[in-house]
Structure formats: C-alpha cells, structure tokens
Design a protein around this ligand. Structure first.
Ligand code: SAH
Ligand code: F3S
Length: 483
C-alpha cells in the first residue's frame, strides 16, 4: 500500500493555524471576524464559541482572510515549544494590518494569554483585548468596552485584560455549539487538576470544573434533533467528570455515557482526552454494554518506563495501564488504542527509552502522537536537570515514530476482509455514486451507494486498502436511521 501521512484534524488545525468555518461574503457592510486557532481540540471548540458569541452579539461573520477582517483574534496554545515567540511573531504581522487600518481590533485569547496576561500588551501595545480560556464568554462586553474608549486619550484608557477563572460561569453564557454535518463536539468539563510535572494546562486552564449534567444532556438532545449522529465529549480529563445533577448529586463519567447513549439519534460516541488513573472498571463496563461507544480509545500514557512516569507525576505504573487495557480488550477485542508519548523527559536514560519502545510494540498502538519534551515555564519539571543531548532526543523520537507508523500501517492492512460500522458522511467529489464515511478507528471508508443514505450507519466489508487512512469497501447492511 502507499503510505500517506495521517494528519488528524486537531493536529492539522494546529500546524496550519486554521480559521474556524469561514463564510464568504462580498458585502462590505458586514463586519468580519478572523480567528487564528493554535493547539488542541479544546481550542478549536473555543474558537467556534468565540465566533458564535460575536456573531450573536455584534453580527460578525467569519472570514478566512485577515486582510479584510474588522477583528483579528488569536486563540493561542502554550503546551510546547516557544509558543510565546510564535504568538508575538504572528502579532507582528497583524501590527502591519493595524497600521493600515487603525480601526482594526486585535484580541489574544487561549493559554498563552492566560500565562502572559498584561505582558502581552507590554510587548505588543497594539493588542486591544486579552482574555483567557475561562473568560472568552466575556468577549462581547470586552468589545463594547473597547469601543467605548476608542476616542479617549491613551492615559484614560483602561487595559482590557481578563484572564481570571470565574468557575463555571463560562458554561452558562454560551450559545448552542455549531453543528458540523453529522458530528458535534460537546465540552463536558474544563481544566485539569492532575498537575503532571511537565504540563502547563492546570495553570493556564485552571482546575477541573464539570458542566452540570442537565446542561450537557439538553445540549446533546438538541444536537441529535438537528441531525447530529456522532458526539465527541471534550475535556482535558473527561473521565474526571463529576457533573452536578438537578438534585445536587454527582454524576460520574460512566454514568454520563450511559445517559447520553439513551438519547434518541446518537449512534456513536467518542471522547477525548482521558487519564489512565480514572479509567475505571465502570468505564470498561460501558464498552461492554453500549454499542454506541467506538472501538477506538486515545489514552495518553506518556512513557513506558516507571521511573519516568514517577518523575512525570502521572501517579500510576506501567502495570496499571497494561491491566486496564487487558480488561478493556477482554470486553472489546477489536479495540484500537492510541496514545501520547513524551520523549527525552529530563533524566530519561537509554534503558528508560528502550522500555518505552518495547512498551509501544507490546501494546500494539494505533496512530499515536509523540513529542520531544519541551520545558514549560512555571512547571515543576522545568527545574529538573536535563542533560540528554538534543540529537539523542531527536534520534529517540525518530525511532518511536517509525514503530508507531508501522503499527498504524499494520492496523489499516488488517482491516482487509473485516466488517466495519461506518457513519456515512458525504458523496465523493470525484464520483456521485461513491459515498464516504468514517469507521470507528477514524479511517475513511468509500463504497458505492445512494446519496439518500447520508447520515446513516452502515456495515461495510473492506475490500481494498488504499492508503494509511483510506480504504474501499462494499455495503453489507444499511442500518435504519437511529432517530
Ligand atoms: N489530558 C491529557 C493531556 C493533554 S496535553 C492527558 O491526560 O495526558 C496533550 C499532550 O501534550 C500530552 O498528552 C503530552 O503528551 C503533550 N505534552 C504536554 N506537555 C508537554 C511538554 N511540556 N512537552 C512535550 N509534550 C507535552
Ligand atoms: Fe496535563 Fe497531565 Fe492534565 S498532561 S492536561 S496535567 S493530565
């Protein structure tokens, strides 16, 4: 088979700095909003929310051209690398646009905003608004405040910086999420309280806060009515979900999954991301009981060495992870497992690395992400001595990526002759008789069919492997619409 690089949408979005759902319009009187999104699916989700908010409050529509925008928003990420520098070089480009158009409004949100606060305006005084992941719902008011003080002399202007953590308020003020075809992302919790020693998330997004149960269920029921068939539950640690019920009780993540699975119309359930520590037996039972749950799990482990896991403060051993996966594969033998790995963590020895490599082979991971450790200011690991040469880290990363890639190719090849449950999503651009859908394991599946079937699930027998992420098949059974 030919190998194509697999780029999941979240990663693609990060690398291409995508704009969220642009709309094209020739009408110059319509105010236009451009959003640059860096980073994870949570940021993608937040960018959609920003667009919805400013659309509802001020009538802004999205554009994919920063040159024609009235507002430029940068939704930043600080998980790795010199994120701050990336933000400031991007803002440098926007400064030129503001010189040509002094009315242009520039806002910076996301995790770099949360970390840097007023420093952003100290380094880039042409930035008008700074907001964190927890205050983006206040954007319309911030914009009003900005507009109210545009004419004021500089010394009378107040700085518009709000990077506070107003608890759950963010969830209360938001409009319905946007439906993207038959799939939708629903945020169920925010932040993280795990404090892994390398990670900025608990500092930039705050501690874990769960959305109330009824809000989540009502949102999903509304989406199902609009035709959504696949829900991805989002959060940094979804299995840490503890949502309040209407009578003050607490609903856990497995309980939430069971309730969502009962909503008419929801034919498929995914979630990202979860933590091995809270990957409970109850959650494993959901895989036994709920056919809507996909046979695909992304469960970050970070390293295959107990020494490294301990230094990372992941609070579990490799054996704990292996046992949980063994239990899961008992109830779902066809489970596709993917993970995140950090390579070159401070103190990682050749022997530690060899354990990680062996672990990846043993657990037979599908498409996984691997990154060289990046020192993050303010995290406990940033004080650890790190004497592994950069070239050694790069060599280790290359080895890990080679093993993961080969394993992903093997997984696709193994689909030949198997029957996959596919959500039919669209007609091929190239041939109106060919339909395209996604399998549980995220591979695209094409087959001959009728456009009227779009939005339904089908059993497809895989007859040809085309690329790492694309297979051909034949229809065996078309499920009745789940609504
Ligand atoms: N909630 C997830 C992780 C979210 S961050 C969990 O349970 O692990 C997404 C991924 O970025 C992490 O899984 C980790 O592999 C990577 N990452 C986070 N901080 C990093 C750092 N300082 N250097 C390199 N990679 C990092
Ligand atoms: Fe980060 Fe660890 Fe939480 S990786 S998001 S602190 S689980």
């Amino acid at each position: 088979m030919t190998v194509q690089t697999f780029i999941p949408s979240a990663v693609k979005a990060a690398s291409e700095n995508t704009v969220t759902q642009p709309m094209h319009t020739a009408d110059v009187s319509i105010k236009k909003l451009y959003i640059e999104t860096q980073g994870c699916q949570m940021n993608e989700y937040d960018s959609h929310r920003m667009a919805d908010l400013l659309g509802d409050s001020h009538g802004y529509v999205l554009t994919d051209n920063p040159n024609e925008a009235d507002i430029l928003l940068m939704n930043t990420c600080s998980i790795r690398e010199k994120a701050q520098e990336k933000v400031f070089s991007g803002l440098g480009r926007w400064r030129k646009l503001k010189e040509q158009n002094p009315d242009l409004v520039i806002g910076v949100g996301g995790c770099v905003a949360s970390q840097e606060g007023d420093n952003i305006q100290k380094r880039a005084p042409y930035v008008d608004m700074v907001f964190g992941p927890q205050t983006l719902h206040r954007l319309p008011q911030m914009l009003d405040q900005h507009q109210a003080q545009v004419e004021k002399p500089k010394k009378e202007k107040i700085k518009l910086v709000d990077i506070s953590f107003p608890d759950i308020e963010k969830f209360d003020f938001l409009p319905e999420p946007r439906v993207e075809g038959f799939k939708a992302f629903v945020s169920i919790m925010e932040g993280c309280s795990k404090y892994c020693s390398f990670c900025v998330v608990p500092y930039t997004r705050g501690e874990e806060v769960s959305r109330p149960l009824d809000d989540v269920l009502a949102e999903i029921a509304g989406l199902a009515e609009k035709g959504v068939r696949e829900i991805s539950l989002l959060g940094q640690n979804v299995n840490g979900y503890r949502g309040e019920t209407f009578d003050g009780e607490i609903c856990t993540f497995p309980e939430l999954l069971r309730l969502v699975a009962e909503i008419p119309g929801i034919g498929r359930l995914r979630y990202t991301t979860s933590h091995p520590l809270e990957f409970s037996d109850d959650l494993i039972q959901c895989y036994r009981d709920l056919p809507q749950m996909v046979s695909h799990l992304h469960l970050p482990v970070q390293s295959g060495s107990n020494d490294v896991l301990q230094a990372m403060k992941r609070n579990h051993t490799i054996d704990v992870y292996i046992d949980k996966i063994a239990k899961l594969r008992k109830v779902r033998p066809d489970m596709h497992l993917s993970s995140d790995f950090i390579i070159g963590f401070p103190g990682e020895t050749d022997a530690n690395f060899a354990e990680t490599l062996q672990f990846i082979k043993d657990l037979d991971f599908d498409h996984s992400y691997s990154f060289i450790y990046s020192k993050r200011p303010g995290t406990p690991a940033s004080d650890l001595p790190d004497d592994t040469p950069e070239q050694v880290k790069k060599d280790r990363l290359a080895q890990v990526q080679q093993v993961i890639k080969q394993s992903s190719i093997d997984k696709t090849d193994a689909m030949l002759g198997k029957i996959e449950r596919v959500l039919i999503e669209k007609v091929s651009d190239k041939d109106p008789n060919v339909l395209i859908g996604t399998a549980d394991n995220t591979r695209l599946v094409t087959f001959i069919g009728d456009a009227a079937w779009i939005g339904r699930f089908a059993e497809i027998e895989i007859t040809e492997i085309k690329t790492l992420n694309l297979v051909y098949g034949e229809l065996l059974n078309l499920e009745p619409d789940v609504a």
